[in-house]
Design a protein. Structure first.
Length: 71
């Protein structure tokens, strides 16, 4: 399921990056010059990985409960 979602969304990333690069927000340029943009990207990645880990753990628990109810 996750691989299918990733396969659908990954081709869209370059198009989205080009659109935002063309707009050129000043805040992003300032953050990039100061090196803070990497902190922002890192925090976003940590939050997303945490959410995915939580969703996988919930999915495993629900699957286990479904098997117990079925048996």
């Amino acid at each position: 399921m996750l691989l299918a979602l990733a396969a659908l969304l990954l081709p869209l990333l370059p198009a989205l990056a080009q659109q935002t690069a063309a707009a050129g927000p000043e805040m992003a340029d300032t953050m990039r010059q100061d090196g803070k943009i990497y902190v922002v990207v890192g925090v976003i990645l940590i939050v997303l990985v945490g959410l995915l880990a939580y969703l996988f753990s919930i999915d495993r628990k629900v699957g286990r409960l479904e098997r117990e109810v079925r048996d």
